[in-house]
Ligand binder design. Structure first.
Ligand SMILES: [Zn+2]
Length: 239
């Protein structure tokens, strides 16, 4: 009898703990109520792929302009007659304005990827505003470009980021497939991975900048474009 009672109390304590956990989750997750996360997630501000059944692919390049990789990538894109979307960092734009001018002159589209590529999801509302605003300012001052495209660093977001992106008149452009991957270390593996990730309307994530690690991306790019072309795909920028 005593044992049964103890068991019953233990069960009640467990139920109470689960209930408390659920309430805590509902009330706040990283500072925002869970329902706000859900509302933001469902708000339509995110773009993961293009809405089309046509065989089109959007190539996107993040973290440039980079003095080593970007010029070669631009050469390849020009040779192949392909236009892409570059999500630039404001600080890189300030450092390498001529490369960014070339991107624009070649007919590519530029989007906002913050000023200094921080862990934006850990920043205050004011800092988030600043990061988006400063990159916009660089784009306007150096290139006379106004963009509605915003890609948060690493694709990470929270309700503050979505709210501030919306306030700045942005859509948050994520991706349907990330081509670079730690298990795809050779250019051929990158080509295979890009083909696996491709489907009508796919947005492919690549990088032209950060830490000079993009040699394999540059080497793989002609193969990625040619293989996709041979499968009937053509390339578009993010509208
Ligand atoms: Zn990035």
């Amino acid at each position: 009898m005593q044992k049964r009672r103890k068991k019953k109390i233990a069960l009640q304590v467990f139920e109470l703990a689960v209930l408390l956990l659920l309430v805590t989750l509902l009330v706040s997750w990283h500072g925002s109520p869970l329902w706000i996360w859900i509302r933001e997630w469902r708000s339509g501000i995110f773009v993961h792929e293009l809405e089309t059944n046509d065989r089109v692919i959007a190539l996107t390049f993040d973290d440039g302009p980079d003095p080593v990789c970007t010029p070669t990538i631009l050469d390849i894109l020009r040779q192949e007659g392909v236009h892409a979307t570059f999500f630039v960092e404001g600080r890189m734009l300030e450092r390498y304005p001529d490369i960014a001018r070339k991107e624009l002159a070649d007919g590519h589209v530029l989007g906002n990827h913050t000023f200094s590529h921080p862990y934006l999801e850990r920043k205050s509302r004011g800092e988030v505003q600043n990061e988006i605003g400063l990159c916009d300012k660089s784009l306007t001052r150096i290139l006379h470009v106004k963009t509605s495209l915003f890609r948060p660093p690493r694709g990470n977001w929270n309700p503050i980021i979505t709210q501030e992106a919306r306030r700045a008149g942005k859509q948050i452009i994520l991706w349907s497939g990330a081509v670079e991957h730690q298990e795809s270390t050779t250019p051929n593996q990158l080509v295979d991975r890009a083909l696996r990730l491709s489907h009508p309307g796919a947005i492919l994530l690549l990088h032209d900048g950060s830490y000079g690690q993009r040699v394999n991306t540059v080497k793989a790019l002609p193969g990625i474009i040619q293989e996709l072309k041979s499968r009937g795909y053509h390339f578009v920028t993010i509208p």
